[in-house]
Design a protein around this ligand. Structure first.
Ligand SMILES: [Zn+2]
Length: 360
């Protein structure tokens, strides 16, 4: 879709307005103008959903608006291999299953194979047929059963158990290294450099070092490849990768903005990927220590690549190309080597941790 932004008008804006109204974020009013009230409502919604807060409705924000309107019981839920159902109703179902101890993986709002398996198990446990479809009878049963497990984070525990599997080194693991942007999408362009080239350069340096450490590493695109984030996630899932490291360089209108930040899957209400958070914190710490660039910490986001990948995924923004100081450093190949060394060290520390407490 064509993004809509403040000042725009037309049927897409009217549609966005009605979605915001349904969510209780905008007063009901027949209008097709993207005015200040819409801008505020969109920003509030983006904040709530851990999306980039820019007040512009692009494909990702539009999809999130679409997903947010579903309440559990609005439609029959089942696993559709080619077009999985996605929405807040699926998320609510997953939370109920997790609360009752049925392992559907992390609560990501996507009705996949693991959600189906957990639902079947729940159905069999309560004497239903176990068809893996959440229809009226299953909903009735879910409503009747009070929350039987509260507190703790069974999904966080399980994620850590699966991940560790006794291994203390990344040797033999499969890591996808994802150079951000590509093709027509150049990313940030400033100070005579393009993000699309920098991310590819950094990714190949990381790839080489991972291979030297005995890790199988793949890139999601070639030097001119044009792939969107959904395809990158699909690729990582199909390859059954152990980790995904997505490399970006940031940009901002304000040239003063500078520093390194890392991102993992999560929303502010507490649903998140504990292992993603851990990996993001390690990548952030290693990069800041090795480059001397400002540390802007690790943060949860719901971007497609973070959310759709089934393994711990981290997106790192290696400095701001729009900041003269960061740009000067990014131009140095020593700095880019240090970044690659830092990422590999973080992956090693991620697997080497003697004892890993599930983040609570
Ligand atoms: Zn980028």
């Amino acid at each position: 879709m064509q993004p809509v932004r403040p000042g725009d008008r037309g049927p897409v804006v009217a549609d966005v307005r009605s979605k915001l109204t349904l969510l209780g974020l905008l007063p009901d009013q027949v209008c097709d103008e993207y005015d200040d009230a819409v801008d505020r409502a969109v920003r509030g919604f983006q904040q709530l959903r851990a999306l980039t807060v820019d007040g512009i409705v692009g494909a990702e924000t539009y999809r999130a608006l679409e997903e947010a309107r579903w309440r559990l019981g609005d439609r029959v839920l089942s696993f559709m291999v080619s077009h999985p159902l996605i929405g807040d109703d699926v998320s609510a179902l997953q939370q109920r299953l997790l609360d009752m101890g049925f392992d559907c993986g992390r609560r990501d709002g996507i009705f996949g194979a693991r959600t189906e398996a957990a639902l079947r198990e729940f159905q069999r446990n309560v004497g239903l047929s176990g068809d893996g479809t959440c229809g009226p009878r299953t909903l009735e049963m879910l409503a009747r059963l009070a929350r039987t497990v509260t507190g703790g984070r069974p999904e966080a525990l399980r994620e850590n158990e699966r991940l560790l599997g006794g291994s203390r080194t990344p040797r033999g693991k499969l890591v996808i290294v994802d150079p951000g942007h590509g093709g027509q999408d150049l990313g940030v362009v400033a100070h005579g450099m393009r993000e699309v080239d920098l991310t590819y350069d950094l990714a190949t340096r990381i790839e080489g070092r991972l291979a030297a450490a005995g890790v199988e590493a793949f890139l999601t695109r070639g030097p001119d490849g044009d792939v969107d984030d959904l395809d990158r996630a699909t690729f990582a899932n199909a390859a059954e990768a152990d980790l995904v490291i997505s490399v970006h360089v940031d940009g901002h209108r304000n040239p003063e903005c500078h520093g390194i930040a890392a991102f993992y899957y999560g929303v502010p209400d507490g649903t998140y990927s504990p292992s993603g958070e851990r990996l993001a914190e390690l990548v952030h710490a290693e990069l800041v220590a090795r480059t001397g660039l400002l540390g802007c910490r690790a943060h949860p986001r719901t971007w497609d690549l973070l959310r759709r990948t089934r393994m711990p995924t981290v997106r790192v923004e290696v400095g701001y190309l729009t900041n003269p100081g960061d740009a000067e450093r990014l131009a140095e190949s020593e700095l880019r080597d240090a970044v690659a060394d830092g990422v590999v060290a973080a992956v090693q520390r991620f697997y080497a941790a003697e004892q890993q407490e599930p983040a609570a």
